[in-house]
Design a protein around this ligand. Structure first.
Ligand SMILES: C[S@@+](CC[C@H](N)C(=O)[O-])C[C@H]1O[C@@H](n2cnc3c(N)ncnc32)[C@H](O)[C@@H]1O
Length: 348
């Protein structure tokens, strides 16, 4: 899509606003918190929340967080609707498997996730809006899908994978790198959103990538039990209610062959009460109603119940270093997600 100067200017304005929020406002709020909490530091997220909300810059910070997000989707949606959305054909070797009878769960359609009007599932424009918006949400750091490539390169050990299943694959940016890294593997992307899958398959075909994009709930993929050596997801599990998260882990356990690996890139609590309050409130202001609940889930217990072992979270640096092999993040002043990889293995 060739954006006009006006559209580019609108998007640049929102991007700059979001950068100011992340790089200037968030560190200022942190400094206020550190000064206020110096004598009696809150020990938990619950204790820290009222302290954070009473800070002088809090209301401005909170308004800017949601306001800039709404402006972003407005600018992106307007541009996409103005230019129109038309899906091209899905060319071999890519394949698209849609299920017209699939009913989308109520919890999935009830929310405009990430404040994207209409969500990612409604029509062709939803997928195009999501694709353009996703770059901006990442403040420019993922323009070349750097962190998806880093996930594949650093969080997944080299191996002769026969089948890789990417759950919640969206418009394919998490799935394409798997086929590029493991060309002999059968790679399958699964998602509920038909428009995203169509975009994913169109772009996979254009890149010559033999990937099956399949419309299904990731808690009931319909794929054969024990058929996958690797089950992955990126940015999926914080979007689902706790019972669905448990069902998704059970499905991953069912899909994996003995010794097969699970790698889910998502978020986990940092243990820093200020930071964790900011993350929880980000979820609330960003229409991510299940984020705090899924981050608080007992993954060890859920994975064990799914027949998975060797469960651990490791921190992930989305700027390019990727998986850090321990649950410790480098110090950073600006706002950023607590990226982490959930690792587990199907019992042999
Ligand atoms: C934040 S997007 C991430 C997409 C992709 N993994 C990426 O990194 O770009 C989350 C995706 O999960 C999908 N999703 C959410 N719940 C799902 C479910 N129960 N089954 C299948 N897909 C689901 C959404 O439709 C959306 O495309």
């Amino acid at each position: 899509m060739r954006l006009s100067h006006q559209e580019r200017a609108e998007i640049d304005f929102v991007l700059t606003l979001r950068r100011r929020w992340s790089d200037v406002l968030y560190p200022a709020l942190r400094a206020q918190y550190d000064a206020r909490a110096a004598d009696a530091p809150p020990a938990t997220r619950k204790e820290a929340a009222p302290v954070v909300r009473a800070l002088p810059s809090y209301r401005w910070f909170a308004w800017m967080e949601r306001g800039a997000q709404k402006m972003l989707w407005r600018a992106v949606s307007d541009a996409v609707v103005r230019h129109g959305s038309a899906r091209g054909p899905v060319c071999a070797p890519a394949a698209l498997e849609l299920d017209p009878a699939l009913e989308l769960p109520d919890w999935y359609t009830a929310w405009d996730i990430h404040v994207q009007p209409g969500g990612v599932w409604r029509n062709d424009a939803s997928a195009d809006i999501y694709e353009l918006g996703a770059k901006l949400v990442m403040l420019g750091v993922n323009d070349d899908y750097t962190f998806h490539r880093a996930f594949v390169a650093t969080a997944v050990p080299p191996g002769a994978y026969r089948r890789i299943v990417d759950l919640g694959c969206g418009f394919g940016k998490s799935t394409w790198p798997f086929k590029k890294a493991f060309p002999s593997a059968e790679v399958i992307g699964v998602d509920l959103a038909a428009p995203c899958l169509a975009l994913a398959a169109e772009k996979a075909g254009a890149q010559g990538l033999a990937i099956r994009f399949r419309q299904a709930d990731c808690a009931a993929t319909g794929l054969e039990a024990g058929s996958a050596d690797l089950v992955t997801s990126t940015m999926l599990i914080h979007e689902m209610p706790r019972p669905h998260l448990a069902a998704t882990l059970r499905e991953a356990g069912r899909l994996l062959a003995p010794g097969g690996l699970l790698r889910f890139l998502d978020f986990t609590w940092t243990g820093d009460p200020f930071r964790d309050v900011a993350i929880a409130e980000h979820g609330a202001r960003n229409n991510e109603p299940f984020m705090a609940g899924s981050m608080g889930a007992d993954m060890e217990a859920l994975c064990r119940a799914a027949g998975l072992e060797a469960v651990r979270w490791v921190a992930f640096d989305e700027r390019g270093r990727g998986s850090l092999d321990a649950l410790a993040w480098p110090a950073r002043a600006e706002w950023h997600f607590p990226w982490a990889v959930l690792e587990a293995r199907k019992a042999a």
